[in-house]
Design a protein around this ligand. Structure first.
Ligand code: SF4
Length: 231
C-alpha cells in the first residue's frame, strides 16, 4: 500500500499515546478548510510503502505505543484492514480518523475490534453538510449509519467538528447535536489556518461563540470539549 506521509512522533493525534501518524492519500470529500488538501485527490507522491512502514514500526517498538491512521480518508483503501492487522500484530493499538462515509469498512473494524479508537468528523448540520464538505450532494444515511456503529459498538470513539466562523452557526450546532444525540464524547475544534488550506478567508469563531456552541451541543451529548481556543 502507498503511504503518503508519516509523522514519526506525536502526542496530539492519539490522546494518551506516544504515537506516530500515518497519512493515506485520497478522499471522497473536498472540505474547503482541509489541512491535508494536497493529499486528497490521490496525486500526491507516496513516501513509502506498507512494508517500509512496518519496518519503521518494528524499530520503534518500545518507543511508540500507538499508531494513528489518517488521510485523506483511510477507509477508501481496499487493503486498509490488512494494514491494520499487520500493525496490530506488532503490538500497536490503532486509532482511525474517518469522515464517516464508509460504514461498511467501519463496521468491520469496530465489530472485529481491529481499531482501539475512532475519531469521526461531523462536518455540520444535515442541511449544510454537503456544502461544508465541498461537494454537491452527500449520502447522509451513511453518515448516520457510521454514527450508530460507533455509538452502539465496543470501541472507544469521539465525534468532532472543526468549527469555522463563516460556515457554522448556533442553529447548526443544534443540528449537529441532534445527529449525535446521546454520544459519549464530542470535540469542538476551532479552525486553524495553514498554508495548505485551499480557501483563504476562513477564521475561527471567538472563544465566546465556541463556549455558546459547546453549551448547545452539550444538551445532546454526554461530554463536550473545546479544542484550539484560549478560554
Ligand atoms: S474529509 Fe478530511 S481529508 Fe477529506 S477533504 Fe475533508 S478534511 Fe480533508
Amino acid at each position: 500500500m502507498k503511504i503518503h506521509g508519516l509523522q514519526k512522533m506525536t502526542l496530539l493525534d492519539y490522546p494518551g499515546h506516544v504515537a506516530c501518524t500515518v497519512f493515506l492519500g485520497g478522499c471522497d470529500l473536498r472540505c474547503p478548510f482541509c489541512h491535508n488538501f494536497e493529499l486528497i485527490d490521490g496525486t500526491a507522491e507516496p513516501i513509502m510503502d506498507d512494508q517500509e512502514l512496518l519496518d519503521f514500526l518494528k524499530k520503534r517498538q518500545g518507543l511508540l505505543d500507538g499508531v494513528a491512521i489518517t488521510g485523506g480518508e483511510p477507509c477508501l483503501r481496499p487493503d486498509l484492514i490488512d494494514l491494520i492487522k499487520d500493525i496490530r500484530a506488532l503490538g500497536y493499538p490503532v486509532k482511525l480518523d474517518t469522515n464517516g462515509l464508509h460504514p461498511d469498512v467501519l463496521r468491520t473494524l469496530v465489530e472485529e475490534r481491529l481499531v482501539d479508537y475512532v475519531a469521526m468528523d461531523v462536518k455540520n448540520a444535515p442541511e449544510h453538510y454537503a456544502t461544508t464538505s465541498g461537494v454537491e450532494t452527500i449520502d447522509l444515511d451513511k453518515i448516520r449509519e457510521s454514527i450508530s456503529i460507533l455509538m452502539e459498538g465496543p470501541v472507544d470513539y469521539e465525534f468532532r467538528t472543526t468549527v469555522i466562523d463563516q460556515l457554522h452557526t448556533a442553529q447548526d450546532m443544534e443540528g449537529i447535536g441532534a445527529l449525535i444525540r446521546g454520544a459519549k464524547r464530542f470535540f469542538l475544534q476551532a479552525f486553524t489556518d495553514r498554508d495548505s488550506v485551499p480557501f483563504s478567508g476562513f477564521s475561527a469563531p471567538s472563544a465566546e461563540k465556541m463556549r455558546l456552541y459547546a453549551d448547545i451541543v452539550g444538551k445532546y451529548v454526554q461530554e463536550t470539549t473545546i479544542r484550539g481556543v484560549d478560554l
